[in-house]
Design a protein around this ligand. Structure first.
Ligand code: HEC
Length: 639
């Protein structure tokens, strides 16, 4: 039946809608960066004194550099896009005229760095990859060409028309960062036996890149680097894992003011111990503190836009990453930081430097306090129990209310057979929630901002559907209408579309809570180290599930006992109120992502009810409230 397919199709479309903000797969910028990298490394040896040494390579360089311009044109608009384009043209022109290799390499490097800065391309993994299995992986997948020790002399190397890279060859490795190697492993090199290893996980590819990058380091160098690092040198240049993965020996050599400090040695050491720079909660909070200072600097210089951007990053790339750990230990502290962060963002935008300085001082204290709190606690069994219990209860209550209200409506109208639509909705939400989380953990990196945007969009979409369903239930309370509704056959087209709406509501209400719950649970699990605490954690989950079931049971019981007309009216009001709650939560998520401005006012803050003290969220909630009241009284008049 084609309409059935259509329904299924639109349902899947709705599902996809929720996944899209999270799934922004490998973008063209990655190709572009790889291309520049390739030109920078491969052009210099092809032309010596304006003479072409290797015709084949030279032709390839001409071809590749000719594509740069169009690739940049295809990138999203940005302030300095035309400047980037100019450099691309310059590189191509230079190669046509066979200028010195060094010059092309410099331009390519420059353009690459500018692209990374302009488009905020991520040059590092989300967390330090697990390196335990990487040796075996290298031996099974790579050593046949590159050799067990990375000299490019594996058993099948000699039969390749293009020789596999020797990872010890410093003329080539000098300018390569781990990120460059990762790019090659992920995308391959067209026209060579080096294929894209995209069947390996993201983590495995990072692990291989790190492992391969070590071949070019020497043992003595690492020892020297270790001593220097322990004395505290160059710490400012290596604050996070992506500082390490984006760094080449060429760049490391120029770091710092002290010519006696060997940046290359420190780089070699850190490549052997990347977990030192893992983005732990502490590192995230440190990053927040650093970005606040950057923001303040921009504000003092009068650049509000840059100040705001840094303020946003102080939240999303710093505090927000540590938030799940903090909230389960000290929620009031988390709320305090969040409130001050919002104030800081607002002042950074308005350019009120004096206020900004005041807020910054307080915030740095709060962030340091957060570091102490997070660092000191391992979770007790009782703490683990309450933590997991409260999280699930908090995230689950609204979803359970929605499901219970709708299921009762079906029971009361003798439509039990339609229950399967509701179950299909929430079951697929649970499954998809876990899949989304897994994808975000292992396949692609999801920034704090796009996570908030996904959450915000889901909440607002849920609010919209709830208004619709509330309205529909209320109109069914008109006795003539609902008699018609009951008498309708199940395969009636009208009826069917209603059922699909119900399935979607049940999906959306549960899906939007899944991501957050899993995230919090993950943060908790890391802080649990004893078997007793693990038990406490699991018991907490079960207890919360049981309580949610009881709640659903009670709602359904009270609901089925109410006279039908009253039931539909109360149900409609309940759904409208939930829509108001979702609206507030949706707007708050968008505000956290910086998509919507937030103007603070004096007003209580009750996250669970979606009440946040900002004009934007409260305004829209008032609108939804009035809309609900208006629709209800309109219905009442009509009947
Ligand atoms: C069939 C042979 C073959 C296999 C297997 C192979 N490679 Fe390669 N690899 C090559 C060749 C050939 C090149 C040089 C391409 C070029 O000319 O740019 C290369 C280049 C590279 C580079 C770029 C080095 C540089 O400095 O430009 C990296 C990194 C790399 N390979 C990593 C790996 C890893 C990791 C594996 C295993 C997962 C692997 N390769 C498996 C043939 C192979």
């Amino acid at each position: 039946m084609p309409t059935q397919f259509l329904r299924l199709f639109s349902f899947l479309l709705a599902v996809l809608f929720f996944l899209t903000p999270a799934v922004s797969l490998a973008d063209p910028s990655q190709r572009l960066v790889q291309m520049l990298d390739y030109i920078g490394v491969d052009y210099p040896p092809t032309v010596v004194n304006s003479e072409v040494v290797n015709e084949v390579e030279y032709a390839e360089m001409q071809e590749f550099s000719g594509m740069l311009g169009a690739m940049i044109q295809a990138m999203p608009e940005a302030a300095d896009k035309s400047a980037l384009f100019e450099v691309a043209i310059q590189i191509h022109g230079g190669i046509q005229q066979r200028i010195e290799g060094e010059q092309v390499a410099m331009l390519a490097q420059q353009l690459k760095e500018d692209l990374i800065a302009t488009y905020q391309i991520s040059v590092g993994p989300k967390k330090a990859p697990n390196l335990s299995g990487v040796q075996a992986l290298y031996e099974s997948e790579c050593s046949s060409c590159h050799g067990v020790l990375g000299y490019g002399d594996g058993p099948i190397a000699s039969v390749q028309e293009i020789p596999p890279s020797d990872f010890h060859d410093m003329t080539r490795q000098y300018t390569r960062s781990i990120f460059d190697l990762y790019n090659t492993i992920s995308l391959g090199v067209d026209g060579t036996p080096m294929k894209a290893f995209n069947q390996l996980s993201d983590e495995q590819r990072w692990a291989l890149a790190i492992s391969v990058s070590r071949f070019s380091g020497k043992h003595e160098q690492r020892e020297t680097g270790k001593l220097l690092w322990q004395k505290g040198y160059l710490r400012d240049y290596f604050k996070s894992l992506s500082n390490l993965t984006g760094m080449s020996y060429a760049k490391a050599e120029e770091l710092g003011d002290d010519a006696n400090v060997d940046g290359k040695a420190i780089l070699a050491y850190l490549r052997s111990e990347p977990s030192i720079l893992d983005v732990s909660d502490h590192a995230a909070l440190d990053n927040s503190i650093a970005m606040l200072a950057v923001s303040l600097e921009h504000a003092r210089a009068g650049d509000h836009k840059a100040a705001y951007k840094a303020a946003l990053s102080a939240y999303l790339d710093g505090f927000e990453l540590a938030e799940p750990s903090l909230v389960i230990i000290d929620k009031p502290l988390k709320l305090k930081v969040e409130k001050e962060m919002i104030a800081f963002r607002e002042f950074s935008k308005s350019g009120n430097v004096e206020q900004l300085e005041r807020v910054q001082v307080g915030l740095v204290d709060l962030l340091n306090e957060s570091k102490n709190v997070i660092g000191s606690t391992q979770m007790s069994p009782a703490g683990a129990f309450t933590g997991s219990f409260i999280i699930l209860l908090r995230e689950g209550v609204e979803a359970i209310l929605v499901l219970a209200a709708i299921m009762t409506a079906l029971i009361k109208t003798g439509r039990r057979e339609a229950m399967k639509y509701i179950h299909a909705g929430w079951v697929s939400a649970v499954v998809l929630g876990v899949v989304t989380w897994w994808v975000a953990e292992n396949v692609i990196s999801v920034s704090g901002a796009s996570r908030e945007v996904t959450e915000g969009a889901a909440a607002l979409f849920a609010a919209l559907i709830l208004i619709y369903v509330g309205f529909w239930l209320h109109s069914a309370s008109n006795s003539k209408q609902w008699k018609k509704f009951i008498e309708h056959k199940i395969d009636n087209a009208m009826e069917n579309s209603t059922l699909w709406v119900l399935a979607t509501v049940s999906f959306v209400a549960v899906y939007r809570e899944m991501f957050e719950t899993v995230l919090f649970y993950q943060a908790m699990w890391i802080q649990i180290d004893s078997g007793d605490s693990q038990q406490g954690f699991l018991l907490g989950v079960l207890a919360a599930l049981a309580l949610l079931l009881v709640l659903a049971f009670l709602v359904m019981r009270v609901g089925t006992r109410l006279p039908i007309k009253q039931f539909f009216q109360i149900n409609a009001v309940l759904l409208f109120l939930l829509a108001v709650v979702f609206t507030g939560q949706g707007i708050a998520a968008f505000q956290e992502a910086g998509v919507i401005a937030s103007s603070m006012i004096e007003f209580p803050r009750v996250e669970m009810l979606g009440i946040y003290p900002t004009i934007q969220s409260l305004g829209l909630q008032l609108f939804v409230l009035l809309l609900g009241a208006g629709l209800l009284s309109y219905q009442r008049k009509k009947s």
